[in-house]
Structure formats: structure tokens, C-alpha cells
Design a protein around this ligand. Structure first.
Ligand SMILES: Cc1cc2nc3c(=O)[nH]c(=O)nc-3n(C[C@H](O)[C@H](O)[C@H](O)COP(=O)(O)O)c2cc1C
Ligand SMILES: O=C(O)C(=O)c1ccccc1
Length: 380
């Protein structure tokens, strides 16, 4: 994008009144649109919500030391991951049961992601099935997030096989969810979206899962999902097993300790996602942006590192990329975009992120994202 283009964009932005700008405004509007139970479920964190808050505050504690007098009339913020080039450093975090935000759920999000050139990470507990989502974006980049089933690993292998067949480009195994976090907001509101069947899309389409059930009524399906989603015995051994079963790159999501990053290297994992699940799992843990530098130091560029949790603006993404991430996942911001405006809402959220990132890169003196490791970011 050139400076002239940016001027035109700015004029467009100032004429728009329909869509919010900041995360806080999107969140406010989403709260008005969503059912209280669903909004509480999406917006809250675990325990005292220390980590949920810390994720965002931690970004403010890092400060960019910009360079001047570099030609930034053209900014390239593209990245390459697993052999594919993307126009921006953003990906959409896997978020389950998106029908809670909008009736078109993942189908709308997927189309928005594809139109913006952003990979869409489909959750195991998506409302629509991975095949339906793939059909909505035949050429758009899509990755599949797996909640490993300890009671019936064959269900997991079957989902991985289906994802590969449907054109998914990577498998992400989430490892910070050996059980659900301590979520008091949901306990108070008695909100349990899985029990209501919002996340059954991939399960009811799965022959191995369906064959394992005593019957196919709602209660049996929901009980089956609640059993299969758990993976308290998950270890690196199962990660290695998934890797054996697929030719796709396998990533692990939820790494915070540098030694776990090293284990990922040992087990031949293809990428890691530094994440604390948006503060929804173990409360009191380190912010992902604070965990990143030590992890990047261990990984030494051998495999891609992605990051999520607390990314709210373009400048947060630039800090993460400068501290060693190769790409950045956005979670709640896109979900709120979906709630506010369906596909167009998600596109607007992404557009805001991309435009602010471009401005941030230019003002930091960085014309090319691939050189971002040279950008100095300090505890400010
Ligand atoms: C409503 C909701 C549902 C989520 N569902 C999943 C999921 O199914 N699988 C998963 O790996 N992570 C899930 N996550 C976590 C996100 O992938 C991501 O790690 C987190 O939202 C990032 O933090 P942020 O929302 O602060 O950006 C969910 C998060 C939210 C808010
Ligand atoms: O709510 C979540 O954060 C999440 O990841 C999840 C886990 C299990 C079922 C549904 C969603």
C-alpha cells in the first residue's frame, strides 16, 4: 500500500459511522447484540481474570524504539507460513461455536478471512462442520484445530483425516485445555454451550464418533461430545502419533514455557502457538507476549512461532513480531466483529488491524516485516 492509497483509506474511515474503531467499542456493541450468557462466556476469563487483564496490559509494558529516515513509502507486511504467502501477519484464532455471535457463524467468518487473505483456524467445536466451512471457502486458507479425544483417539484421527481430505493446510493441537478452566461467569449464568449442542458440527459428521454412540438422540450426542472433548492424559506421545497420521504440518497451541518449546522441537512439531487461551484456562499465568522472548530464543527460528491472547491493535501485533513471532492470531476482536456485522464486521475488524499495522510499521521505520527482528522493543 502506498502513502496515497492510505490517504484515500483514511477518508473512507472518517466517513464511516457504522463500524467501531477500538476493541472496547466493538466489545460494547457485541454485548448489545449477543445473548447475555453467550457474551459472558466469550468475554470472560478464568478465576480472578488476572491473566485476561494481564494479556492486554503486558503489551503496554513493551515499547518500540523506532528508526527514522528509512524509506517507508511502500510497506510490505506479508508473511510466509508452511509454503504459502499471506498479505498480512494475521490469522484468526480457533473459536468454537461461533453461532453464539451470529447465525451464520463460522461460514461468515471463513468468508471474511478468505476475502482478506487471512487463514481461518477452524475449531473442533465449530457449529458448522469442517466440510461445510471448506465448501464456503474453496481456495481460502484453512487450518484445523484439534481437541484430542483421550477416550477415543480414533475420533481424533478421523477428524484429522477429514480435514486433510477437505483441503485444510495444517493441524493445530490445543494443549492448554486438559480440562475446562475455572470460569465463574459461566457458573453463575449456568451457561454451557456444548450441552446445548452449539458445537456439534464436526462430531455429527464423524462416522467414527457416531458409531461409538449407543444412540443418536440429542442427549447421547451431547454426552458423547462432553466425553470426547476431554484429554487429561494427553502427552507428547499422542502429539507424535497425530504427526504420524497426517502429512500436514502439526502445531501445538498453548505453549508458555521455553522448555515445552524445546520439547516441541524434539518431537518434530512444525510450529508452536504461544498462548494462554485468552486467559480462559489457568488464571495467574504469564501473559503470552511476556512468554514470547524466552521461547523465541530457544526456538532460534527453527519452526514458526505464532502468538495469541490479548492482541487488540496493530501495534500489539508489531511488538509480537519484533519479539520473535512469525504471525499473530486474533481472538475475541474478530468474534465481536462477527456479532456486530457478520462477514462484513469481521472484514472491518481485520481491515482496522491491517491499516494500523501498516501505519505502525511505517512510523517505526520498518518497510518490510521480514526485517522486523531488527526493530528494538524494550521494557518501557
Ligand atoms: C468464545 C471462545 C471460544 C474459544 N474456543 C476455542 C476452541 O474451540 N479451541 C481453541 O483452541 N481455542 C479456543 N479459544 C481460545 C482462542 O483460540 C484464543 O486462544 C484466545 O481467544 C486468544 O485470546 P484473545 O481472545 O484475548 O485474543 C476460544 C476463545 C473464545 C473467546
Ligand atoms: O471456551 C473455550 O475457550 C474453549 O476452548 C472450549 C473448550 C471446550 C469446548 C468449547 C470451547
Amino acid at each position: 500500500m502506498t502513502v496515497a492509497n492510505r490517504d484515500i483509506l483514511m477518508k473512507n474511515i472518517s466517513k464511516e459511522t457504522d463500524f467501531p474503531l477500538s476493541f472496547e467499542e466493538w466489545e460494547q456493541k457485541a454485548a448489545e447484540k449477543m445473548m447475555p450468557g453467550g457474551f459472558g462466556y466469550a468475554s470472560s476469563g478464568a478465576g480472578r481474570e488476572e491473566t485476561a487483564k494481564r494479556n492486554q496490559e503486558a503489551f503496554s509494558k513493551w515499547a518500540i524504539v523506532p528508526r527514522m529516515l528509512n524509506d517507508v513509502s511502500k510497506v510490505d507486511m506479508g508473511i510466509s507460513l508452511f509454503g504459502r504467502r499471506y498479505p498480512s501477519p494475521f490469522l484468526l484464532s480457533p473459536i468454537g461455536m461461533q453461532v453464539l455471535a451470529h447465525e451464520e457463524g463460522e461460514l461468515a467468518t471463513a468468508k471474511a478471512a478468505a476475502s482478506m487473505g487471512v487463514p481461518f483456524l477452524v475449531s473442533t467445536v465449530s457449529t458448522y462442520s469442517l466440510e461445510e466451512i471448506a465448501a464456503a471457502i474453496p481456495t481460502g486458507s484453512k487450518w484445523f484445530q484439534l481437541y484430542y479425544s483421550s477416550v477415543n483417539p480414533e475420533v481424533s484421527f478421523s477428524m484429522v483425516e477429514r480435514a486433510e481430505k477437505a483441503g485444510y493446510e495444517a493441524i493445530i493441537i490445543t494443549v492448554d485445555t486438559v480440562m475446562a478452566g475455572w470460569r465463574e461467569t459461566d457458573m453463575r449464568s449456568q451457561f454451557s454451550p456444548l450441552s446445548q449442542g452449539y458445537g456439534k458440527g464436526n462430531y455429527i459428521q464423524d462416522p467414527v464418533f457416531m458409531e461409538s454412540l449407543p444412540s443418536h438422540d440429542h442427549d447421547s450426542i451431547v454426552t458423547g461430545i462432553l466425553e470426547n472433548i476431554q484429554h487429561p492424559s494427553l502427552t507428547w506421545k499422542e502429539i507424535a502419533e497425530v504427526k504420524k497420521r497426517t502429512s500436514l504440518p502439526v502445531l501445538v497451541k498453548g505453549i508458555l514455557h521455553p522448555e515445552d518449546a524445546e520439547m516441541a522441537l524434539e518431537y518434530g512439531v512444525d510450529g508452536i502457538i504461544v498462548s494462554n487461551h485468552g486467559g480462559r484456562q489457568l488464571d495467574g499465568v504469564i501473559a503470552s507476549i511476556d512468554a514470547l522472548p524466552a521461547i523465541a530464543e530457544r526456538v532460534k527460528g527453527k519452526i514458526p512461532i505464532l502468538l495469541d491472547s490479548g492482541v487488540r491493535r496493530g501495534i500489539d501485533a508489531v511488538k509480537a513480531l519484533a519479539l520473535g513471532a512469525n504471525g499473530v492470531l486474533i481472538g475475541r476482536p474478530f468474534l465481536y466483529g462477527l456479532a456486530v456485522g457478520g462477514q462484513q464486521g469481521v472484514e472491518k475488524v481485520l481491515e482496522r488491524f491491517m491499516q494500523e499495522t501498516e501505519v505502525t510499521l511505517a512510523l517505526s521505520g520498518m518497510a518490510d516485516l521480514s526485517e522486523l527482528s531488527r526493530l528494538k522493543v524494550v521494557r518501557g
